[in-house]
Design a protein around this ligand. Sequence first.
Ligand code: ADP
Ligand code: MG
Length: 346
Amino acid sequence: MIEVNNLVKRYGNHLAVDHLSFQVEPGKIYGFLGPNGAGKSTTMNIMTGYIAPTEGTVTINGYDIVKDPEEAKKCIGYLPEIPPLYQEMTVKEYLKFVAELKKIKGKKRENRISEVMEMTMITEVSERLIRNLSKGYKQRVGLAQAILGYPEVIILDEPTVGLDPKQIIEIRELIKKLSEKHTIILSSHILSEVQAVCDEIMIISKGKLVACDTPEGLTSLKNGSATLEVHILGEAEKAERVIQTIPGVMHYTMCESHEKGCVKAVIETDAKEDIRVELFYALANEKMPILSMNRLEKSLEDIFLELTGDDGKETDDQMKSEEEKIMQKQTESHAQEGDDINESNL
Ligand code: ADP
Ligand code: MG
């Protein structure tokens, strides 16, 4: 449905997108996951025809986004990081305006606007000025404009950023509902976010695609080690000799145990191997009782940090783009002063 081929975006000397290739199949929810500055928005802006790539191609249902933008764009609805809303229009006026741009006319237009307002649950605010809506409702209006033109694919850039927990849950539910009829690609820098809604996760780091798999696939199958923590009653050296005989052990360390006469072994195995039963019998054979045994699987979080090399310290680039974003948001919120009316006042 979507084919991204060797996509490159250069800003001066800086490679924001670095030879990115992937495919999107219909009917799934895809998540672009990566730290700030990874290149998620840039990729989405290229895929939706907002900016041109330096190199590479994007085809949507066979239409090239650069050579055949009109046909390609018909297949996509886009909600950019900062929704393109006109603050001084009412919700309904704005959706009429978007419908005109998308060349939806007459009776069909009225029906379609009512339909998307129902779907995104904004019918009750249809006569209100956009500037007076809460952020959660603005985001729903953004979603409504994205789905208005009957797109097969909806692309959402950080759709829950800046929302409160209740609004986040509502938008998530809405995204899941939309996924019944649309293929969805969303981006986020928050792991739990993509884990909660996505069927496929693409991890992007420094403009490169570093992994693409299901959430389960990423945690267990691919990047694989699991750690076993075992408290064994007996001498360290003897325990070590037993551990060495077990197939599937990749690495181990013997540590002091807080319990008297005990040793703690931290054993690393391939994630697909489970050595617990064998270890039990081998130690029992040597009359070395196991007092406790814990299997710690790598979390998706560990894998994400490993793959993106994100050690919690921000790079200059990330800081820069964060600063830019904060400044942008400040300018935005100045433009929307008196914007604090929330749902309870509707
Ligand atoms: P993300 O959405 O993953 O946070 P972006 O796609 O916004 O990342 O940015 C990727 C990189 O490209 C960042 O280092 C950012 O500073 C840089 N960048 C983005 N837009 C521009 C621009 N218009 N000019 C120069 N650099 C840019
Ligand atoms: Mg972004």
